[in-house]
Design a protein around this ligand. Structure first.
Ligand code: GAP
Length: 433
């Protein structure tokens, strides 16, 4: 039985193995921002690839899109974010610690200093504001996007007229979003700079609720296919008072983190709110014409929105295990092979055997994300690979030359078998498909 995984263990592993570092670490760190190391960058790439694949599998009526991060004031005014994208904030008058008012009980004392001296609750807009161009005035105000979705809505007509899509269809986008969170916390769970993967599905209003259920099912399949333990996933419908300003019904995909059940993804029925708002504010007609009935209508939207960074730590929490191998403690990330940063490691038993191993490695490195490792004992090298979730380790030993074979060791079971060197590529393809 594995010891419970904690946030501290995940943070330590991330730093130790080059997954995630505190941003601007050598300058004392920037709160709410993180840098992704070599293994983290690969894991992120793989998650993006899996999400894109899930989109393509869900429907061939999905197109991909990349909008700009900067958006003018008008966009965010129309979207409702200038007026409504606030969190309530409160400060402790004694120690100046800042809290989200909805995350604490104001009847109780400050958790930091133990006194009960609160300021008034104030609303704090979460958008990062900037000015575009040399003049800083009212007309140059722009924002770093707090969600990627709005660029999709304002390009809806561009995409419809330049790609051969018809309602119903979806526009999928991945990219950075920024929120000046009052209290960024729990490592990658709530940060100020993060990445979102969003699909906006445009349909007729009368089909939206059925589509909403269909998307919930698609998203369940996605998490299942990623190998996440389904007992740690639940779908929770929002109460009316939890709904965002644009949403008429919403279900959160929640994961059971060590710090409780928390939102991983939001699936929202946004009605025709977004296209209608942008139509009203821009003066551009964003309705579509239905030839069958010769009428125009504004499409409704079902959205699935997941944070890449949040999914990143979800996968780490879910995959993290501690067990014993040959009487020694080991940490192992039982990641699905498709998201594992490194698919296979190539290990000469001793340095004298480096040459033939390097030859195999050089032949395969163009196709697979693999590593050559000859430093330290073989046990140490296995542990290193276990900690970054490498599913396979191929070891070249004293019998290899005569038999043209290597041993392959499986991460989760640590069992080993011998295979022919010519079969290695197929073996990786099969195991990591
Ligand atoms: N377009 C809809 C939208 O942005 P949201 O519930 O505010 O909805 C969607 O965000 C997802 O983005 C969340 O479920 C979460 O995974 C991720 N997310 C939101 N804020 C985040 C933050 N501060 N840090 C990391 N991920 C965040």
């Amino acid at each position: 039985m594995s010891a419970p995984v904690t946030l501290e263990k995940i943070i330590a592993l991330c730093k130790r193995r080059g997954l995630v570092y505190q941003s601007a670490d050598i300058y004392g760190g920037l709160n709410g921002a993180y840098d992704f190391g070599p293994m983290g960058a690969l894991l992120k790439q793989n998650i993006r690839a899996e999400w894109s694949r899930a989109m393509r599998n869900a429907s061939d009526e999905i197109v991909f899109f990349e909008g700009s991060i900067l958006g003018p004031h008008a966009v965010w005014e129309a979207s409702g974010h200038v007026a409504g994208f606030h969190d309530p904030m409160v400060d402790c008058l004694n120690c100046q610690h800042r809290f989200r008012a909805d995350h604490i009980d104001l009847e109780k004392a400050c958790a930091n200093c133990g006194l009960k001296k609160w300021t008034e609750v104030r609303q704090f807009n979460l958008m990062f504001q900037t000015n575009v161009g040399a003049a800083a005035n009212q007309t140059s105000v722009a924002y770093l996007r707090p969600e990627t979705a709005q660029a999709i809505f304002i390009n809806f007509k561009n995409i419809m007229s330049s790609s051969r899509v018809k309602i119903p269809f979806g526009i999928a986008q991945m990219g950075k979003a920024f929120r000046n969170e009052i209290t960024p916390r729990q490592f990658l769970f709530r940060t100020r700079e993060f990445e979102q993967m969003e699909i906006e599905w445009f349909c007729r209003g009368e089909n939206a609720l059925q589509t909403f259920d269909w998307w919930c099912e698609q998203r369940r399949k996605f998490y299942e296919a990623l190998g996440i333990k389904m007992e740690n996933i639940r779908f929770r419908a929002h109460e009316k008072d939890e709904l965002a300003h644009y949403s008429t019904c919403c279900t959160d995909v929640e994961y059971q983190f060590p710090f409780g059940w928390k939102e991983l993804e939001g699936i929202a029925y946004r009605g025709d709110y977004d296209l209608s708002q942008h139509s009203k504010f821009s003066g551009k007609d964003l309705s579509v014409f239905d030839e069958a009935s010769s009428t125009s209508y504004v499409p409704h939207v079902v959205e699935c929105s997941v944070g890449l960074d949040r999914l990143f730590i979800t996968l780490l929490f879910d995959a993290y295990c501690e067990d014993q191998v040959d009487g020694e403690e080991r940490v192992v990330l039982k990641l699905h092979p498709r998201v594992a940063p490194i698919k296979a490691a190539f290990l000469p038993l001793i340095k004298k055997l480096n040459e033939p191993v390097d030859k195999i490695y050089q032949q395969l490195r163009h196709e697979f994300s693999i590593q050559f490792d000859d430093s330290g004992s073989i046990g140490k090298r296995y542990r290193r690979q276990d900690e970054i979730g490498t599913p396979l380790c191929f070891t070249y030993d004293f019998d290899s030359e005569a038999t043209n074979t290597v041993t392959v060791r499986h991460r989760d079971t640590t069992t080993q078998e011998r295979i022919n060197i010519d079969q290695i590529a197929n073996y990786i393809r099969k195991q990591c498909a």
